[in-house]
Design a protein around this ligand. Structure first.
Ligand code: ZN
Length: 310
């Protein structure tokens, strides 16, 4: 698939306190690894605007995040929750991530197909309509999914979340929008504690696949193949979104799974196949977690490289 990387250099502006796992080195590691891939287009999109954010977030939430950033003095942080802190420039980074995801949707639709990867931080899949949490300020993939439905008149989109954590914020979207199918494979027990198998959304438009600590690549692939792929075929999405978190990697200090970069490449090929069969070969992926920088770089490159070769 023709593959475009939507780079968000404003990712560098979101500073975090020393020792925080979601630091700028993640962006640089992923970026350097992706720059080595042949054949990908690189684009810098502009920041999202208020009408974009309003497709998922409340005005009060947006105001809270922007006000917290405005209140942060140079070199200081304002905490939105115990592990979600902002500096004065964090809003620029988060708005750039959302803007990249929205532009990625426009690109794969305007081009009648193609894959996109949004290279940005902070991540977004924990951010709920009215709440920042789990390092996430704005939910880029949720905003982009509604953008695809409302602006491009798509009937159904799917969001597959492969981050080791449950995408609670994105699930909130599916729980109120029957045109969104959401599937998540995630470790349990683990932050944020949501994502049980009994959470099935609106008539089954949510599929949660919680799996225990220590899951291997072959176990993960088996669950993906037996549950997520058939559900995607039933959903028949017109665009496939992927919350591409790589913290299920064996080297990751946050997650407890044993995935390797070739497992993420395998997932990319599976999802590209769904996109080819149902979605006009349209796939938009957004970077979420991944906290061991070398593993993050290798995993992101394996994932995007597999998309470009699919
Ligand atoms: Zn994660």
């Amino acid at each position: 698939m023709k593959t475009t990387i939507f780079d968000n250099p404003a990712s560098r502006l979101h500073a975090v306190p020393p020792g925080h796992p979601e630091h700028v080195g993640r962006y640089e590691a992923a970026r350097n690894a992706l720059l080595a891939l042949p054949g990908c287009d690189w684009v810098e999109a502009g920041p999202a605007g208020m009408p974009d954010l309003a497709r998922f977030h409340t005005a009060a939430h947006v105001d809270r995040v922007l006000s917290a950033c405005a209140q942060a003095d140079d070199g200081e942080w304002v905490a939105l929750d115990p592990d979600t802190l902002v500096c004065s420039h964090s809003a620029a980074a988060a708005l750039g991530a959302v803007g990249g995801a929205v532009a990625a949707v426009d690109r794969v639709i305007d081009d009648n197909g193609g894959a996109a990867f949004v290279l940005a931080r902070p991540p977004g899949h924990h951010a709920e309509p009215d709440r920042a949490m789990g390092f996430c300020l704005f939910n880029a993939i949720a905003v982009a999914a509604v953008h695809a439905l409302e602006v491009h008149d798509l009937a159904t989109v799917a969001i597959v979340d492969i981050d080791v954590h449950h995408g609670n914020g994105t699930q909130r979207l599916a729980e109120r929008n029957p045109h969104v199918f959401f599937a998540s494979l995630h470790q349990t027990p683990l932050y944020p504690g949501t994502g049980g198998e009994g959470e099935t959304g609106l008539g089954g438009n949510v599929l949660n696949c919680p799996m225990p600590d220590g899951v291997t690549g072959s176990q993960w692939r088996a669950r993906f193949e037996s549950e997520v792929i058939p559900a995607l075929k039933r959903a028949r999405p017109e665009l496939v979104f992927v919350s591409a978190g790589f913290d299920g990697h064996a080297d990751d200090p946050v997650g407890g799974w044993g995935l390797r970069s070739n497992d993420f490449a395998w997932a990319a090929r599976q999802l590209a196949g769904i996109a080819r069969d149902f979605s006009g070969s349209r796939l938009v992926s957004v970077l979420e977690g991944g906290y061991d920088c070398p593993a993050l770089g290798r995993s992101a490159a394996a994932f995007v490289g597999a998309l470009s070769e699919a």
